[in-house]
Design a protein around this ligand. Structure first.
Ligand code: ADP
Length: 362
């Protein structure tokens, strides 16, 4: 594999000398990659981004950019573009002056400056807005200016910290698409921070899921969703049915788990631990079939419908099974004939490979 473009090696950070908000972080980012740091508030994402940018120093460990250690390099010498949630545009400057700012700071000669600014604004669809002030632009337009300003000096790495969280849903989705397109077109490496899992899955080549200053899993969106490595990742990404139980037997890659009501469930032993340990079975709602055709499922259990919600393209069914356990089932609209009303007895079924026994300690 090629040398990583960005490399964090054994990076730790404490602000108060006591609590590590980033613990032993090892992360390799390839050139041209779109890597997202995803996690709940306070998990250490922004701190990591700030260490990359040079606004915070690592307490331990080394950070490399293009093979060179950058720990002791000032932010302006790192050649990294940044986009913040708050846009951070200069209100008294015009759009063109805002975008020109990084070029001026870098001592780029005046000749050709306007051309580069116009080109950078055209990239985000704002050609012709040069003379406006930020206050005369919508939130989405302001964020486009911020993106344009981060790209104008053609950095090889761009860091984005929750850049879309101030925008409404529709605009956010539009901007997600635009940023993704820019990334494709320019081939620039992007490190992106968000707490929104949908955004992370849509935009990224790979996602690093943070919790308590530790990367819980670093993987493609598909693998994070289909093969979460632990209970935290399974819960944080997408919806999932959780069934707690005890590992009764192991026969790799399978295990058998006893639930509270005594049911024995065969599942994939992703991180199940030894026989006798507590585990959590994780099962996506769309993997459960209601009244499955005979022989189509490995696990079939009786259940009672407690709620049905119509959501257009699919229906959400809640059903009680395994004693008091509420199971959520997503039924595609096309299969809604299978559904019966509330309080009806049904069968729910799934394939053993779709049910993952996970570590509960993370
Ligand atoms: P995230 O971006 O995942 O929300 P942060 O990296 O901002 O997480 O914060 C991680 C932890 O570090 C939090 O507990 C936060 O309160 C703390 N923290 C962040 N910045 C500072 C700072 N400048 N001084 C002291 N503590 C900080």
């Amino acid at each position: 594999m090629a040398q990583p473009f960005v490399q964090l090696k054994g990076v730790q950070k404490t602000y108060d000398g006591e609590n590590l908000v980033v613990r032993d972080l090892n992360l390799d980012i390839q050139e041209g990659e779109f890597l997202t740091m995803l996690g709940p508030s306070g998990s250490g994402k922004t701190t990591t981004l700030m260490m990359l940018a040079g606004f915070e120093t690592a307490t331990h460990g080394e950070i490399f950019l293009d093979g060179k250690p950058i720990n002791r390099l000032a932010p302006e010498d790192r050649n990294i573009g940044m986009v913040f949630q708050s846009y951070a545009l200069f209100p008294h400057m015009t759009v063109a002056e805002n975008v020109a700012f990084p070029l001026m700071v870098r001592g780029v000669p005046k000749a050709g400056l306007a051309e580069r600014v116009t080109k950078a604004l055209a990239m985000v669809g704002l050609k012709g807005y040069e003379d406006r002030r930020p206050a005369q632009l919508s939130g989405g337009q302001q964020q486009r200016v911020a993106v344009s300003r981060a790209l104008v000096f053609e950095p090889k790495l761009v860091l984005m910290d929750e850049p879309l969280s101030a925008l409404d849903k529709q605009l956010r989705e539009q901007m997600q698409y635009e940023i993704k397109q820019l990334h494709h077109r320019l081939g620039v490496t992007v490190v992106y921070v968000t707490h929104d899992q949908g955004e992370a899955l849509t935009m990224s080549d790979r996602v690093a899921v943070f919790n308590n200053g530790v990367v819980q899993q670093l993987d493609t969106p598909e693998r994070l969703y289909e093969q979460p490595g632990n209970a935290f990742v399974a819960s944080f990404i997408g919806e999932n049915n959780k069934l707690r139980g005890e590992v009764m037997s192991l026969d790799a890659p399978w295990c058998s788990v006893k639930l509270a009501d005594g049911s024995l469930i065969k599942a994939r032993a992703v991180a199940a631990g030894a026989v006798g340990s507590r585990t959590m079975l994780s099962l996506r709602p769309e993997r459960i079939v209601i009244n499955p055709p005979a022989g189509s499922c490995d696990i079939v259990a009786p259940a009672r419908v407690s709620d049905v919600t119509y959501l257009g393209d699919h229906l959400r069914v809640r059903a009680q099974a395994f004693g008091e356990q509420t199971m959520v089932v997503k039924v595609p609209n096309a299969s809604k004939d299978r559904i019966v009303g509330i309080d009806h007895d049904i069968q729910i079924g799934w394939r053993a490979e779709d049910c993952h026994a996970l570590d509960v300690s993370a």
